[in-house]
Write a protein that binds this ligand. Structure first.
Ligand code: AVI
Length: 312
């Protein structure tokens, strides 16, 4: 093998080929996050139209001390999908945890976030865990006997369909144990135009983020998809209460992927992401279905975003 070749994840190959072979024309959103995709997502979080990150960050700054007072003080913080851990310091400062366990599939992100947090919290033991948090996990030995609080910000749960979200909440309960707490972010249902603008920004960064998936297919799977023949489309599906992201062919296109020939007609769409939004009762119900009892919730003045503290 060429030393510069990135080994292809067989699950990526399977999902991409299935999308075209069975005509489902859907690719799971997890594949949006290669290195370029993760960098573009960081840019999205700073866009004027993308309200979730700044709204949730303001809630964390304002209310994390209440999490401490509601039993969070001194617990070990277990963060699911910690990424670059940008929101974590607000929680760590407020509840003085016994330890911090960032969980991420990317070892690179884990090393980065540990390096960022170490100088700010020199006395905090950090035990990074490189793993897929969608399944129950064995936590590091050092925190097994400590009271724990899970942290799942960003409304990342919104990128999953309801059944997967509930499965994940159950897995988290199994990983953390009865008596644990969970602090989780939910993006709320709001004006359709605001939602669409957040997922189709005027600078075109979100479009680049979704179109990057086609570049990834070309780079990793010997594809030759004409990326410039596709456009990013964000729609609001009211029945499912979610933003749906598609890549729409602007002309009839034919292209190979790993020497197999595929084609799409003008107007055909590839479904690449869902981002569900929640009424506050939907969020509470989802938590209960996953084995978590909501204890307290905090929202901004416009009810754009909510943080919920729950107990197992
Ligand atoms: C990571 N996740 C919560 C983002 C969202 O808002 O659904 C992903 C995203 N996709 C396009 N913009 C943001």
């Amino acid at each position: 093998m060429d030393m510069n070749t990135i080994p292809v994840d067989p699950a990526f190959r399977k999902d991409v080929l299935r999308c075209f072979e069975d005509g489902s024309h859907a690719i799971p959103a997890r594949w949006l996050y290669d290195r370029a995709g993760s960098e573009l997502f960081e840019q999205i979080t700073e866009l004027p139209e993308y309200y979730p990150t700044r709204t949730e960050t303001a809630l964390l700054k304002k209310y994390c001390s209440e999490v401490g007072a509601l039993g969070g003080e001194g617990r070990a913080v277990i963060e699911f999908g910690s990424g670059s851990s940008t929101k974590t310091p607000h929680l760590l400062e407020a509840i003085h945890p016994a330890a911090y366990v960032p969980i991420d599939i990317s070892g690179e992100f884990l090393a980065y976030s540990a390096a960022q947090l170490k100088p700010v919290f020199p006395d905090l033991p950090i035990y990074p865990l490189e793993a897929d948090f969608m399944h129950p996990l064995r936590l590091p030995e050092e925190v097994l006997d400590q009271p724990k609080i899970g942290f799942f910000p960003g409304s990342t749960i919104g990128n999953m369909i309801a059944r997967t979200s509930v499965d994940l909440l159950r897995s988290m309960r199994e990983t953390l144990g009865v008596g644990s707490q969970l602090l989780i972010g939910f993006d709320r249902i709001k004006d359709k135009d605001l939602l669409i603008a957040a997922y189709d920004d005027s600078a075109g960064v979100t479009a680049q983020f979704s179109l990057n998936l086609l570049h990834r297919i070309n780079g990793e799977l010997e594809g030759d998809i004409p990326v410039d023949q596709f456009r990013h489309v964000a729609t609001w599906n009211d029945r499912y209460a979610r933003i749906e992201i598609y890549l729409e062919a602007q002309a009839d296109v034919a292209f190979p992927i790993e020497e197999r020939a595929f084609s799409l007609s003008k107007g055909d769409r590839l479904h690449v992401e869902n981002s569900h939004k929640y009424g506050i009762r939907d969020a509470r119900l989802m938590l209960r279905a996953g084995g978590w009892t909501p204890v307290q919730e905090w929202s901004d003045e416009s009810d754009y975003f909510s943080l919920i503290l729950a107990e197992a």
